[in-house]
Design a protein around this ligand. Structure first.
Ligand code: FES
Length: 110
């Protein structure tokens, strides 16, 4: 059993995830509002940035859902991955918003 720390929709959630279940499925089973679409690696709506921890990315049906570059840079599809240990993940919308805000803070200071 792994612990998943998820930032999504401006909130932080912690939940347990059996090693044979995807972080997306475990979240949904516990009524945690993780962004979801096709649940089969095709749409990219469940894309997350993995901030901490090791995982295995399984099937990716579309490079529009997750490109090779994103895969290499620690992005993953929560519907098609398995945690190998405790994971810290951020939903892509929340991650991009945080990136944008930090850029604005930097430019606001100059
Ligand atoms: S929900 Fe569509 S790629 Fe994960």
């Amino acid at each position: 059993m792994n612990k998943i720390t998820l930032k999504a929709r401006g909130q932080q959630f912690e939940y347990s995830c059996p090693s044979n279940v995807t972080p997306l499925r475990a979240a949904r089973n516990q009524f945690i509002p993780i962004p979801t679409g096709c649940v089969s690696g095709g749409c990219g709506m469940c894309k997350v940035k993995v901030v901490n921890g090791e995982y295995e990315q399984e099937i990716i049906r579309s490079h529009d859902a997750l490109s090779d570059e994103e895969l290499a840079n620690g992005y993953a599809l929560a519907c098609c991955m398995k945690a190998k240990m405790d994971l810290e993940i951020i939903a892509i919308e929340d991650y991009e918003k945080a990136q944008q805000e930090s850029l604005e803070n930097i430019s606001g200071r100059s």
